[in-house]
Design a protein around this ligand. Structure first.
Ligand SMILES: C[S@@+](CC[C@H](N)C(=O)[O-])C[C@H]1O[C@@H](n2cnc3c(N)ncnc32)[C@H](O)[C@@H]1O
Length: 240
């Protein structure tokens, strides 16, 4: 990944980490929109080895560990990794790592499930990352992705270059002080081709709707998300 955008993303999440962790249990877009639909894509996890790629503060890991999974997580932000360790009190294994570089410390065919929630939009080229997900997954293992919806991003960032992967930025105001967050938007084909060209087939695609708890906390976005999706979920299966 270009060093400049990588540095900006690390710096944003280092700044966000504490407040992100404090809010993550009930923040409507995470707790009542992303997580219910993403968790519904994950098959039975008891006794399964799960890689939580870009684990953030370890909330998904906490849920999956609670259901009897063995969880390994990594994130590019050292603060997020420290928080994930604290949240999970010694359960699971967490380390600092960049999704855009090879996962050399992880063995081939070692995971039943790879989860990557709300993070792939931080890297411009997904090819190596998807190849690494393929390498560490067992044959017929599941790759579960939650993603920024490509049509949402196209309108939200007022793009005029649908077919390009383009750097975009926005300011997050929901975590105390405003933080500028840089990412990459891409066309729908840019979500699907890296999977189908690197040993996966698509098993499910969801355009989630928020669950009822969302409405009490944020009625405006509840209504908007019932009319147009912000996120998209994919379950892909590693070919044998
Ligand atoms: C929106 S948060 C999602 C966290 C967690 N997956 C969740 O859904 O609760 C995005 C996370 O991706 C991490 N991240 C961004 N770019 C990354 C990269 N290149 N490699 C690893 N982690 C990255 C950030 O540090 C942040 O913790």
């Amino acid at each position: 990944m270009e060093n400049d955008s990588r540095a900006k993303i690390i710096s944003a999440y280092e700044e966000l980490a504490e407040s992100y962790n404090a809010l993550i249990d009930h923040k409507p877009h995470n707790a009542y929109y992303d997580r219910p639909s993403t968790l519904a894509l994950i098959p039975e996890v008891k006794g399964k080895a799960i890689l939580d790629a870009a684990c953030g503060p370890g909330k998904y890991a906490e849920i999956l560990l609670g259901q009897g999974a063995h969880v390994t997580g990594f994130d590019i932000s050292p603060k997020m990794v420290e928080i994930a360790r604290k949240r999970n009190q010694g359960a699971g294994t967490f380390f600092v790592h960049d999704l855009a570089t090879p996962f050399d410390q992880l063995a081939d065919n070692s995971f039943d499930i790879v989860l990557c929630a709300l993070a792939l939009h931080y890297i411009p080229d997904w090819t190596l990352t998807i190849q690494e997900f393929h390498r560490v997954l067992k044959p017929e293992g599941y790759l579960i992705l939650s993603l920024e919806h490509p049509f949402h991003d196209y309108t939200y960032f007022q793009s005029t270059k649908y077919f390009e992967v383009e750097p975009v930025k926005c300011t997050w105001n929901g975590f105390g002080k405003p933080v500028e967050v840089h990412s990459f938007r891409r066309p729908l084909m840019g979500y699907i081709s890296p999977l189908t060209e690197n040993g996966f087939y698509l098993d499910a695609l969801v355009e989630p709707k928020p669950v009822p708890e969302f409405e009490k906390l944020d009625p405006k976005h509840f209504q908007e998300l019932n009319q147009f999706p912000s996120f998209m979920g994919i379950r892909a299966i590693r070919k044998k």
